[in-house]
Design a protein around this ligand. Structure first.
Ligand SMILES: [Zn+2]
Ligand SMILES: [Zn+2]
Length: 162
């Protein structure tokens, strides 16, 4: 699978309980299938060295590019612009429920710890932006992915930061 941002082949890396596609030899972006995100949320320990490394990558500049194409289905992904001070622009594929995080966005998520109320509002907004209401099955999968993504913001990261 090639990276949606820079086209370089992605490498599967072990993020503890799940293996995730990382653009190791390119822009360092990370691709999560919605289910991977969900399982990452459920793991409470041993998130893996690769995840630890991903958290150290510098923030990529992603403001001047057009919509990314999903590396799985080839459809245009939707970029969620997060409007509060906690800016993390998550790119999401509505067709397969995958999420792409640019280099550094995972670190930003970690640094922008949300309270439960903030997180719930964020998740609600993500879900409301979905155009899948006619497809209950897909909408359910997406909602699960959005909750998993939101939970990244309010999780206790098992690392010590400088
Ligand atoms: Zn890349
Ligand atoms: Zn897709």
């Amino acid at each position: 699978m090639n990276c949606p941002a820079c086209g370089v082949p992605m490498v599967e890396e072990d993020f503890g309980s799940v293996s995730v596609d990382v653009c190791k030899n390119g822009c360092k972006g990370i691709w999560f299938d919605w289910g991977e995100l969900k399982d990452l949320d459920e793991s409470h320990e041993g998130l893996g060295k690769a995840l630890e490394e991903a958290l150290k990558n510098p923030r990529a500049k992603d403001t001047d590019r057009g919509p990314l194409k999903c590396p799985k289905c080839g459809l245009e992904m939707r970029s969620h612009k997060y409007k509060s001070a906690k800016q993390v622009n998550v790119d999401e594929c509505y067709a397969c429920g995958g999420f792409f995080l640019d280099s550094g966005e995972l670190g930003q998520i970690r640094d922008n710890y949300m309270s439960e109320e903030e997180r719930d509002a964020y998740v609600q907004r993500l879900i409301e932006e979905t155009p899948l209401r006619d497809d209950t099955h897909k909408a359910k999968l997406r909602a699960a992915g959005c909750h998993a993504l939101g939970s990244l913001f309010s999780r206790r990261w098992p690392f010590v930061w400088p």
